[in-house]
Design a protein around this ligand. Structure first.
Ligand code: NAD
Ligand code: DAU
Length: 336
């Protein structure tokens, strides 16, 4: 099968491209990525000469380019991951989230429809459901109630994707996953940011009281879920992915410090994120039942392995921490 992965130079996309090439020996993978600040071609540099892989630099908002690539490569299925993905950036500058996540997705859906692709996997997030109180889980029936410009733009794109299924019969499957962690994650997200700061004895900025809860899943488990959804998901359906690993933020920050042998005095409580969702927790029973998918990684071991990966691959993230990132860090965290 010929598959187009959008956003393949990002965190989840690069892990997915590797998994597809390793585990689906008769698939050809085309990776279309704009290489924004979050896209890093270095994450897949070793695949440059792979016979079943092609990289195209481009914007999902460019319909002509998409149609040309998809025709030339005879793309049969789309795995759509390209997005602006960071909540804090969506609070600082929302427009690009609408351009890429909403408009870009619609352009891609339109081209996929015109070329009659066999499958369109739209990769989304549990954040579209909003925030939970102290109990309960998100199911696929939970009403959409996004809080941030990021999650609102993702909810918009989910609804567009489902509308293309309903109205035009495009074989769309939507997935919604909880917080991912693992190798190749840009160090603006909680876990890699805390590791990168702790390694360099810099302060660890914890928002609010540190008691917000996220439900963590290893990126490889998410990627296996995406392949299962592509192969076994029913058109027009939504599938949640999560690994039942709810943790308070402060607990994770302390674990990272412990794994690195660094003192808790590095923790610095800072001003809360505006509109900060309190708790996410996922019910993934539908995906487990209907896609025969089950997460394999246990949080504590996989977090330790992730910390080791960042220590051993310091060059990868240090090369990212240059101009654009430093400017963002200064705006987001001030002089800390
Ligand atoms: P990321 O920010 O690491 O990567 C996004 C990639 O998309 C980058 O390579 C970037 O260059 C590319 N991109 C951005 N705008 C583009 C455009 N206009 N055209 C083409 N490429 C463009 O994101 P991620 O964490 O890997 O997330 C991937 C997808 O999974 C997103 O759709 C996100 O909403 C979703 N998701 C992420 C998580 C998570 O915890 N990270 C959880 C659930 C769902
Ligand atoms: O739930 C899935 C979502 O998870 C994805 O859709 C998003 O793309 C992804 O970025 C992630 O969103 P979060 O906002 O949950 O992730 P982030 O890593 O930014 O923050 C995790 C928690 O840690 C959150 O409660 C905010 C807190 N935090 C984050 C940063 C960056 C801090 O306390 N300090 C920080 O510096």
């Amino acid at each position: 099968m010929n598959v187009l992965v959008t956003g393949g130079c990002g965190f989840i996309g690069s892990n997915l491209v590797r998994l597809l090439l390793a585990e689906r020996p008769d698939w050809r993978v085309v990776n279309l990525d704009k290489l924004t600040y979050a896209g890093n071609a270095e994450s897949l540099a070793d695949l440059r000469d792979h016979p079943r892989y092609r990289f195209v630099r481009g914007d999902i908002g460019n319909g002509e380019l998409l149609a040309d690539v998809m025709r030339t490569e005879r793309v049969e299925a789309v795995m759509h991951l390209a997005a602006e993905s960071h909540v804090d950036r969506s609070i600082l500058a929302p427009s690009v989230f609408i351009d890429t996540n909403v408009r870009g997705t619609q352009v891609l859906l339109e081209v996929a429809r015109a070329l009659s692709v066999r499958r369109f996997l739209h990769v989304s997030t549990d954040e579209v459901y909003g925030s939970l109180g102290p109990t309960g889980l998100f199911t696929e029936e939970t009403p959409l109630a996004p809080s941030s410009p990021y999650s609102a733009s993702k909810a918009g794109s989910d609804l567009l994707a489902l509308a293309y299924a309903h109205t035009f019969g495009l074989p769309v499957v939507v997935t919604r996953c909880s917080n991912n962690y693992g190798p190749y994650q840009f160090p603006e997200k909680l876990i890699p940011l805390m590791i990168a700061n702790a390694v360099r004895d810099r302060s660890l900025p914890v928002y609010g009281d540190g008691m917000n809860v996220r439900d963590w899943i290893h990126v490889e488990d998410h990627c296996r879920g995406l392949v299962a959804a592509l192969e076994k998901g029913k058109a027009g359906q939504v599938y949640n992915f999560g690994a039942s690993s709810e943790r308070h933020n402060i607990h994770i920050v302390k674990q990272v410090l412990q794994l690195l042998g660094k003192p808790e005095s590095l923790i610095q409580y800072v001003k809360d994120r505006p509109g900060h969702d309190r708790r996410y927790a996922i019910d993934s029973a539908k995906a487990q039942r209907e896609l025969s998918w089950t997460p394999r990684h246990r949080f504590e071991e996989a977090l330790a392995a992730t910390v080791r990966w960042y220590v051993e691959n310091r060059g990868w993230w240090e090369r990212i921490l240059t101009g654009e990132y430093l400017k963002y860090y200064e705006t987001q965290y001030g002089g800390r």
